[in-house]
Design a protein around this ligand. Sequence first.
Ligand code: ZN
Length: 485
Amino acid sequence: MANTERQKKNRARAVIWGVLSALLTAVILLVLLVILDGRHNEITMLGDEQLVLEYGESYEDPGVEIRQVGRVFPAMREAETVYALNSFDPMQLGTQQLEYLIVDNGTEKHLYREITVVDTQKPVIELLPFQEGQEPSWMRGYIEPGFTATDNVDGDMSNIVEVTLLDDRVVYSVTDSSGNEAVVERELPGGLDAPEIELMDGEQLTVTAAMSWEDPGFRVVDGQGHDLSEYVTVEGSVTPYRSGEYELSYTLTNLRGESVTATRHVTVEPVLQSDTVYPEIKTIYLTFDDGPSYYTPQLLDVLAKYNVKVTFFVTGNHPDYNDCIGRAYEEGHSIGVHSYTHNYYSIYASEDAFFEDFNKCEELIYEQTGSYTKLFRFPGGSSNTVSNFNPGIMSRLTKTMTDMGYYYFDWNVTSGDAGETTETDQVFWNVVNGSGHNVNVVLQHDIKGFSVAAVERIIVWGLNNGYQFLPLEESSYGAHHGVNN
Ligand code: ZN
């Protein structure tokens, strides 16, 4: 019994030991296995450890992967991803570090990723177009229509753009804080050169003295076809009735103060006068001023009766008798201008006033005769002093009228009918006694009846005494008095 008990006990002990030793063996084997497997953490940085990003480019951190591996059992657990402790700022130029904290078998490890943010983008320059009427031209020059410059990093850079104006283009440049330079060009239209003022009829002009003259004009067109004539200023003037040299300058100035100028030289030449032709026999030129009037028709009748031709220096003062001018012309008499108004104070006020009155009288003559005349007599004669209120006017008028091709006539025989006498008899004797020259230019007035009444006797006397009666012509003796003003 005791044996059996002991045996039972021994067997149980053996089983326990067996189990214990088997367990022990298993543990030893496991430990051996673990040791042999070399199990450890594999740490991998996902993505690049160093990278360069453009400014503003977003970056998603791929993290650091931790994987537990061994030789026998490669991956016992799923990999774990650790993300950076700090965040990345894509708007911050330069190098930033992303930091990763890894706990490896109880040990803290720090890993770093280096990201460099760069700016390689140029600023963007945008050019505004020219506004209508602001396009570049020689006249306006170049007016900057404006531009903008913006940079992804520096923002608005418009106010530091460098603008360089060249002949054919404008260059805009700006460099951002990272050194990226943007250059943009604006082409300029052609034809910006200074235009030329073209003078019609040329720069050298010769004209004949006349009461008026019109500048033949000029033309100035810029390289783009714009007519700039309205901006031209003309300096200098031509006195067309006074012979001489004149200079006119035409200037065009642009908005920048640059000018182009053209100069015209005008030569006013006098009309060549006919030489005086003296009649070979004693001659009386009867001349009648201030008509026609009531007395003119009867005078014409007397002249017709003797076939004597005379000269009328007419006015427009008695319009009822204007047709006598035509009749006299038709009947072979000479017609000359005297004055339209015969008002000394208005006609001798200026050259222009004289011309205006003169022209009216010329037109009256043209209306009545169909022809213009070059003959005239100054009211009061060229020697008058009634014009003294305008000093020198007679000196100027005698010259300019002659320059313009007119012939003025004074007289060397006075009938006295202008105030000295009112007697027909005295008029006759004044003329007879005065006509001692070979060429006699007699002054009478056909507005005076007593003077007209003397004409028949004068003619009879003249013809009986070997005189011929002639009408004045351009080549006739002018009997000039000499100018006193
Ligand atoms: Zn008169």
